[in-house]
Ligand binder design. Structure first.
Ligand code: SF4
Length: 274
């Protein structure tokens, strides 16, 4: 465990067993069509708005998406090429305004920092990083897409980690949702709904994030050492609005192991002894 990412930490915090299946046993990860669409079509198209003179090759992006999801694309009519083009058009003025104030410092670049000296490093990957033309301050920009309302509190920890990675005091989030009819046969009426939020990230929030992430890394290391990955059933089993992909394998709840409870007891014992 030399690198951690927001996805790893948040999955471990949701359910250590689920994290173990995905990142330790490397069992098949079933990425949904929405995530593939966001990664293969929306993100590259929107990132290109920050590269003046570069236009997205929509047919090619669409081919990447359909190649990966196959027939599932037919069952997801809302995830359309026209939706991506609508998001691109709606985001263009936002990016143009940014480029009047900022230079581009990086597009989809990994940025590493240490959770503890000589310990585990953390990887953050903001979609875009901007540098203020006058002050030189950096700003992370992240696109969030969902067919439901993108719920920013779910990702707040990710935005804080991106601000830490950029040594920034703010993070910018551009959410892309769906406006118009959601009827399955009315995909052509669907258009993107876009909003931009600037989050100020205080030093206290960064310190708190560091403390929590470092604690999570220590608990992970203990799970690793003991090869015990607690289940968080049933609470985590329906997270993200769908059943955990390893529900059958896990037989959820059968072995609710107590590593975390044991660590909490250790902390209590140390406090009492002090
Ligand atoms: S089924 Fe529930 S308890 Fe088991 S790994 Fe998935 S989320 Fe965790």
């Amino acid at each position: 465990m030399s690198h951690l990412s927001f996805t790893q930490v948040s999955l471990f915090q949701l359910c250590p067993r689920r994290y173990s299946y995905r990142y330790r046993e490397h069992l098949k990860d079933t990425v949904g069509a929405e995530a593939v669409y966001s990664r293969e079509v929306l993100h590259p198209a929107l990132a290109s708005l920050y590269l003046p003179g570069v236009a997205p090759d929509f047919p090619e992006l669409w081919r990447h998406y359909t190649d990966e999801v196959g027939e599932m694309a037919i069952t997801k009519p809302l995830l359309s090429l026209s939706l991506a083009q609508s998001a691109y058009t709606r985001c263009a003025p936002l990016a143009a305004a940014d480029l009047e104030t900022y230079d581009v410092d990086g597009i989809e670049q990994e940025r590493h920092f240490w959770l503890a000296p000589g310990g585990v490093s953390f990887i953050a990957k903001p979609d875009v990083v901007l540098r203020h033309k006058e002050t030189g301050d950096l700003l992370s920009v992240d696109f969030k897409f969902s067919t439901r309302d993108p719920f920013l509190p779910s990702f707040h920890s990710q935005f804080v980690s991106q601000a830490i990675a950029c040594e920034a005091s703010a993070a910018c989030v551009i959410t892309i949702g769906i406006a118009g009819s959601r009827a399955r046969n009315a995909a052509e009426n669907v258009r993107a709904e876009v909003s931009r939020t600037l989050l100020l990230i205080s030093q206290d929030q960064k310190s708190e994030w560091f403390a929590e992430a470092a604690l999570t890394a220590r608990i992970m290391a203990q799970c690793d050492a003991e090869q015990v990955w607690p289940k968080v059933a049933p609470g985590a089993c329906m997270a993200f609005g769908r059943p955990c992909e390893w529900l059958d394998l896990c037989e959820q709840g059968a072995l609710r192991v107590t590593t975390i409870a044991r660590m909490q007891q250790d902390v209590r014992a140390k406090k009492e002894a002090a």
